[in-house]
Design a protein around this ligand. Structure first.
Ligand code: PNS
Length: 163
């Protein structure tokens, strides 16, 4: 059985991400959700907030662990003794980015495979940026994220208003 890594920004995690996490956790021995520390990206939540929130959302999944990483994903995989990358695949629009990333990672380390889980139909329109956009304008994101994430988004935008 495999030790797998599901990498991403998760800013914030959507129901689509959670669906991939649940499904992937049933296919592998151990699943690490790897949150990218991306200093170039202007993220809404800090890496620490995202890691803590993902821990809360996945606390019932006993083979799932949340970590953050910086630098190359293949180096992180090496450190973690993991050999399988999990990514969700929503629509044709994901193809170009995902194939480029998978081929780059394969080029960097041919022992690491990327496996795609196709997103459920109902989540194929979803992305963290769509969630942020709708939430920022006070729209209803209950179909898009976990109820705890709805609260987190409300608190974050309230705090930003005060600043
Ligand atoms: O959720 P995202 O933003 O689509 O995730 C992208 C992520 C984090 C998987 C990707 O940017 C990544 O792996 N970055 C680490 C740097 C790296 O290894 N780059 C080489 C592969 S393109």
């Amino acid at each position: 059985m495999k030790r797998a890594v599901y990498p991403g920004s998760f800013d914030p995690a959507t129901k689509g991400h959670l669906d991939i996490i649940y499904r992937a956790s049933r296919q592998v021995e151990h699943l690490i959700i790897a949150v990218l520390k991306n200093y170039r990206k202007n993220s809404l939540f800090t890496v620490e907030e995202r890691v803590e929130h993902l821990r809360e959302l996945t606390k019932d999944l006993h083979n799932v662990e949340i970590k953050s990483f910086e630098g190359l994903l293949v180096d992180f995989m090496d450190q973690e003794n993991a050999d399988l990358i999990i990514r969700g695949f929503r629509a044709v629009s994901d193809f170009e980015f995902e194939i480029q990333m998978a081929q780059t990672n394969y080029n960097l380390n041919p022992d690491i495979e990327t496996v795609f889980l196709v997103t459920k139909n109902e989540f194929s329109f979803l992305s963290s940026s769509i969630v942020r956009e709708v939430a920022m304008h006070g729209g209803d994101v209950r179909n898009m994220v976990h109820p705890l994430t709805v609260e987190l988004l409300q608190d974050k935008y309230k705090a930003l208003e005060v600043e």
